[in-house]
Structure formats: structure tokens, C-alpha cells
Design a binder for this molecule. Structure first.
Ligand code: GLN
Length: 243
């Protein structure tokens, strides 16, 4: 079996070690004998996303988001939205997550349009939300905690879409409603940087399973030894989560 991982805008959306997410996806596939190829997709790359099994968009500053917003909305919106509707497995973080929504209104009043695949909008607030973050998610009937690091001023509000999880510690989408991230079909958005996947093996495997299921109609994954990952995860939860 083989999965192709599309890394969108590695030159523009790459904050706080986001590339670690790509390495984690690749390694957890390879440790199970699943081939994983990484394709970089940036401004001048042609793709209609039918050659991609897992797509990843990281975070970026407002300046980079402006370039990405133009490319996404002017060149890619139709193909990307139809791939999302078709069940493409997609993980987007922070700046990338914001641009899958309707728009991001930056602090200087610039309204950057997104592709509207997620029914969310984001408005820059006047306080940066920088902290560790712990959330609890239920995906496909499985409930698990996730840990990460967030650094954003954008406040995201969900409309007709489900959150990825509820905030146990930290700010999440907007620091107000206790929700974090968004899920639509197999598309996930989150503010968990850090990167998120090395620290959260359950979430990583869920993405790999969804991609295998879509491509091969089977999604059994051999278990791996995640004791080191759980040690880190539990230490963060113990340190920050309130009882
Ligand atoms: N510019 C966005 C914000 O601060 C995204 C930042 C990020 O991707 N970390 O809200």
C-alpha cells in the first residue's frame, strides 16, 4: 500500500515546526510497511488533488497568508473543495485552517478571503493567544486528549460545522466559547502547532486510517509502541490540565 502526502506551501506555511507533522505521517506509515511519498505543492505547482491521499497546510504569518489566500481562492478553490467533498483527508493548522474558512480579517483591516470549505470565519483580536493547549476530541466514536502549542491572534468562530474538540486548557478557536478546531468530512482544522502529530499518535493514526479507507477500503493499522509519545502527552496534561 502507498499513500501520497501533499505538503501545501512548505515555503510559506511552516511555523513552529509544522514540518514535523509531515515526518510523523511518513514515519508512522513506513513503520507499518506502508509506502509514503511526500509531494510539495506551492504557488507554481499544478495539481487537481486527485493524486493526493493526505493533504497538509501549516500555519503562517499574515504576510504569507495574503499570498496563500490569493493562490487558494483564485487558482485552487474549485478543485480543492471538490476533493474535500469527495472525502480527501486534510489537516490544516492555524493560518492554513483560517484560509479554509470564509475569511480572515487581519488587524490592519485586510480581509483575506478563504475558500469557504469550512463554515468558519476569523477576525484578528487584540491579544495574542500563546500557550500550551489541551483538548478532548471524539472522532469516529473514540474519545482522546490532544496536546499542543498555540500562537495566534485570530479568533475563529464556527457556524454550521463541528469543532475538533473542547478546550481543557488554553484558548482554542477564540478563547471564548471553549471550542477548538473544526471537522468537516475528513477535513480537520486546528490551532495546535508544535507540531501536533508527533505528540498525538491517536490523531495521526486516525488520519492515516481515513486515507487508507478512502483509497483501499481498508483501515486496519498495526499498533505501534507509543509509550514515549504518551509519556510526553501525560506530562503536559498533568502539568496544565485542571481537575
Ligand atoms: N496570522 C494568524 C493569526 O495570528 C495565523 C498565525 C499562525 O498560523 N500561527 O491568527
Amino acid at each position: 500500500m502507498k499513500l501520497t502526502i501533499g505538503h501545501m506551501y512548505p515555503d510559506l506555511l511552516n511555523l513552529y515546526g509544522d514540518r514535523g507533522n509531515i515526518i510523523t505521517l511518513k514515519k508512522r506509515c513506513e513503520w507499518r510497511g506502508i509506502d509514503a511519498e511526500i509531494k510539495s505543492i506551492t504557488i507554481d505547482t499544478n495539481t487537481d488533488f486527485t493524486d493526493i491521499d493526505i493533504l497538509f497546510l501549516g500555519g503562517g504569518s499574515d504576510r504569507e497568508q495574503k499570498i496563500v489566500s490569493d493562490d487558494l481562492t483564485l487558482r485552487r478553490a474549485k478543485n480543492l473543495k471538490s476533493a474535500i467533498e469527495d472525502g480527501l483527508t486534510l489537516l490544516s493548522i492555524c493560518g492554513g485552517y483560517q484560509l479554509l474558512g470564509k475569511y480572515y480579517l487581519s488587524s490592519d483591516g485586510n480581509k483575506l478571503p478563504g475558500i469557504g470549505a469550512l463554515d468558519i470565519y476569523t477576525v484578528a483580536g487584540n491579544k495574542r493567544m500563546i500557550d500550551n493547549i489541551i483538548i478532548e476530541s471524539t472522532i469516529d466514536g473514540k474519545t482522546f486528549k490532544m496536546v499542543g502549542f498555540e500562537n495566534h491572534s485570530g479568533k475563529t468562530f464556527l457556524q454550521n460545522v463541528k469543532p475538533l474538540g473542547r478546550v481543557i486548557y488554553g484558548n482554542g478557536n477564540n478563547g471564548e466559547d471553549g471550542m477548538e478546531g473544526a471537522v468537516y468530512k475528513n477535513t480537520f482544522g486546528t490551532y495546535l502547532h508544535g507540531p501536533v502529530l508527533p505528540k498525538n499518535p491517536e490523531f495521526t493514526d486516525m488520519l492515516i486510517r481515513k486515507a487508507l479507507d478512502r483509497k483501499y477500503g481498508k483501515n486496519q493499522l498495526e499498533p505501534l509502541d507509543d509509550s514515549f509519545e504518551h509519556l510526553t502527552q501525560n506530562a503536559i496534561i498533568k502539568r496544565f490540565a485542571k481537575k
